[in-house]
Design a protein around this ligand. Sequence first.
Ligand code: ZN
Length: 253
Amino acid sequence: MTRFAIISDIHGNFAALESVLRRIDRLRVDEIICLGDVVGYGPRPDACLNTVMRRCAHVVQGNHDEAVLDPAVDRGFNENARAAIRWTRSTLGPLHLDAICNFPTALYLGRDTVCFHDTPNREQTNYLNGAGAASLAFTRLDRPICLVGHTHVPMVFECDAAAGPTPEPETITCHRPVDAMPIPLRADGRYICNPGSVGQPRDADPRASFAILDLDRRSFTVHREAYDIVATQMETQRVGLPLILARRLDVGA
Ligand code: ZN
């Protein structure tokens, strides 16, 4: 297994998930890995769970997935996220809840790669969105490549293996991936790679985001895929979720 499709933060957006999977099928991968948050915010948690469980070799548990199981977690969410989690909890049956409960919180892929939903370093910060947070996260990593989701913004942090276990933030390079442009993974580098979000991108590009990790060619390539945003917006309205959750999909925020 050397070529993986990495998807994350689907958030109940089934139109986006279907569109991304069609593209992944054309890109020919060995396995699809999901970094979590299959549910929350969006109107089709059941369909997303069914498809992810059928298509993905592994699924990591995200904080929204966890919140469906544990009401104590959603208390830390904002009002709209909490409303969506409560609705999601009320629509899922025991088989779905059981499946979510069995998603691991960390996952090793082969020799070189480890996956988390948000960070290897939960007690410090859970948003890996800058060099300072990346520096703390690198300290905890025992593999040269780490995959995370959670921020909904595609990003790659790079440092030299020679910089030791805790690289200074100023020595970390932050790459903002461009659609379909591979970012090389050097053999003497360490990386934290984020594929962005399938179902609720937040980098001002409303297209669904995912990535291909190719361990043979040593590259991480983010891809953007258009999908039927209106279909998800209408469904969001139909099930009675907060309107802001539909509107933000237009702008990728
Ligand atoms: Zn998320």
